[in-house]
Design a protein around this ligand. Structure first.
Ligand code: ATP
Ligand code: MG
Length: 552
């Protein structure tokens, strides 16, 4: 299904023009995650864009961890991010960390001070905020703005040496407090944080701000096209300022695109982390999570995620993508690949009274009606089978074509059966059905004697493999990522439904991440964490049908 020649987009056009005009010789991009959480489907869009941009023009893409905020970052995230990028099908050229550049970033900051372009400021965070002004009111200069170069060099060195407490001083760029762009009102370049860093340990107690570290890191790596999301558009003048004033040899350019939003999907690490920390979900890779690892465990394939990212395209206009688009692509991908077998999610026992006791026959069933190459399998049939509780009604409404007393249905791959008797427990619940079968009606025998309107699925009872089925609904029923409290209140209490049922005996061989289409139920993935010798656990990836076709 994969269409490798992805469609064009405005960033590709820019790259193509730059190459043609000789502005760049080789395209170099980077994917710059902060290791403060697991990657989500929005990141997948950025990954596909950056890697495919370079791939298309024979360039390079670095994976660079933007690890400038030690308090929130962790090696667990560093590892999961690498695993997810690889799993998505991309290979980075260099693996880098912004922390690799801490010494150079420091040296460049010293250069800024020497040029009179940066100063150490003693204002408190609150005073700074007050003096920054607003969109309509210009800011005020810091009283520390005119410190001499010598004093600034001395104070900055002492900041690095650990002489001051967190928040006591910062290094600021000296640009323009009356700029209409607030990002240029003497923004912070370095802050003090006596915090242990997952890579540099306790070597540093000052850390560069994102707006400073990012452009300089891009320039150090020779990145030509630094692609980011639209919220950084107003930061671009600062990006350019840093590269120019730090006298970087290489001149990367920043381009912005609209971030991916998906209906009913939380797309913020902060909220995803909250769900993990509050125990709303099992972990970052809970199959309900829109993380790449969650989608993988749910059963989405890398091919389907890449196809999705290509289809949604890259634009500057804000938009929200229908979640059914993602489902469309996994159905497309698995349609011809996944074996189609039978699973009973909520079992009701059926005894076929005229079938010889002790006899088990093997019936032939095709593995995928749309893909003959997948061949056939043998499934057992005997006097006792399980059917779906939902496929029987004692008092059915009109047009109910499944089992009810006196009615006949077709068992998929087997025979017609007719419901003769309903067995109930003391509370009046239906616990078993007694049926008869007609040997003449065997599937594949060419029987044309009479027709039935309903076909139901089943699993032979004596050899059935116990299985757990996990069905999902969105974690959040709408898209708003508002206040924390409101957010936790918005969680869908029915996001997980667990059912205990049975699958065909050949499923004993199923291994984590194997994917199947269960007749009438949808596509399922074998959960790699919860499946054990005694029980197979299936995550429903997606149900079978949707009227939604993004290409229609
Ligand atoms: P979040 O808002 O989820 O915390 P982030 O932007 O803080 O995301 P980063 O680790 O900084 O997370 O993101 C790495 C890259 O992925 C950045 O270039 C960012 O622009 C991009 N990215 C993040 N979210 C999306 C999204 N929803 N759609 C497209 N790109 C995204
Ligand atoms: Mg970010």
């Amino acid at each position: 299904m994969e269409n490798k020649t992805s469609s064009s987009n405005f960033i590709k056009s820019i790259v193509a023009e730059d190459l043609k005009a000789g502005k760049v010789k080789e395209v170099i991009t980077r994917f710059p995650p902060e290791p403060n959480g697991y990657l989500h489907i929005g990141h997948a869009k950025s990954i596909c864009l950056n890697f495919e941009l370079a791939d298309e023009y024979g360039g390079k893409t670095n994976l660079r961890f933007d690890d400038t905020n030690p308090v929130k970052e962790d090696t667990e995230y560093v590892e999961s991010i690498q695993e997810d990028v690889k799993w998505l099908g991309f290979e980075w050229d260099d693996l880098r960390f912004a922390s690799d550049y801490f010494e150079e970033l420091y040296e460049r900051a010293v250069l800024l001070i020497k040029k009179g372009k940066a100063f150490v400021c003693d204002l408190t965070a609150e005073e700074m905020r007050e003096m920054r002004g607003t969109l309509t009111v210009p800011g005020q200069n810091s009283p520390y703005r005119d410190r001499s170069v010598e004093e600034n060099l001395d104070l900055f060195a002492r900041m690095r040496a650990g002489e001051f407490k967190d928040g006591e001083r910062i290094l600021r760029a000296k640009i323009d407090m009356s700029s209409p762009n607030i990002n240029l009102r003497d923004p912070a370049l370095y802050r003090i944080a006596h915090a242990h860093h997952h890579r540099t340990g306790d070597a540093w107690c000052i850390y560069p701000m994102y707006d400073y570290a990012h452009p300089i890191s891009d320039a150090i790596e020779g990145v030509t096209h630094s692609v980011c999301t639209l919220e950084f558009e107003d930061h671009r003048p600062l990006y350019d300022w840093a590269i120019a004033e730090c006298e970087m040899e290489s001149q990367p350019r920043q381009y912005e695109f609209a971030r991916l939003n998906v209906t009913n999907t939380i797309m913020s690490k902060r909220y995803l982390k909250l769900l993990v920390d509050q125990g709303v979900v099992e972990s970052w890779d809970d199959p309900r999570m829109p993380t790449i690892s969650g989608l993988r465990r749910r059963g989405f394939t890398a091919e389907s995620l890449r196809a999705f990212c290509r289809e949604i395209g890259v634009a500057r206009a804000y938009s929200v993508v229908d979640e059914r688009m993602l489902e469309f692509f996994i159905r497309e991908d698995l349609k011809l690949k996944a074996p189609r077998t039978m699973a009973v999610l909520a079992p009701l026992k059926v005894v076929i009274t005229n079938y010889p006791e002790g006899q088990v026959e093997m019936l032939e069933a095709e593995n995928n009606a749309e893909n003959e190459e997948m061949g056939n399998r043998q499934i057992p049939f005997s006097r006792e089978i399980y059917i779906e509780q939902d496929d029987f009604m004692e008092n059915p409404p009109a047009k109910y074509f499944r089992l009810f007393p006196g009615n006949e249905v077709r068992l998929k791959h087997a025979y017609f059966i007719k419901c003769e008797e309903v067995i109930k427990d003391e509370a009046g619940n239906v616990v078993e059905l007694r049926c008869t079968y007609d040997p003449e009606t065997k599937s594949g025998s060419g029987f044309t004697g009479r027709k039935v309107k309903g076909t139901i699925h089943w699993v032979e009872a004596s050899q059935a493999v116990p299985a757990e089925f996990r069905l999902f609904e969105p974690l959040l029923v709408d898209n708003a990522d508002d206040e924390d409290k409101e957010f936790l209140e918005r969680i869908n209490p029915n996001s997980l439904e667990v059912l205990q049922g049975f699958v065909e005996p050949n499923m004993k061989e199923a291994r984590g991440q194997d994917k199947f289409q269960f007749f009438r139920h949808g596509y399922f993935n074998v959960d790699p964490k919860h499946t054990s010798e005694s029980k197979v656990v299936f995550n429903r990836i997606v149900s079978l049908k949707s009227s939604f076709d993004p290409k229609a």
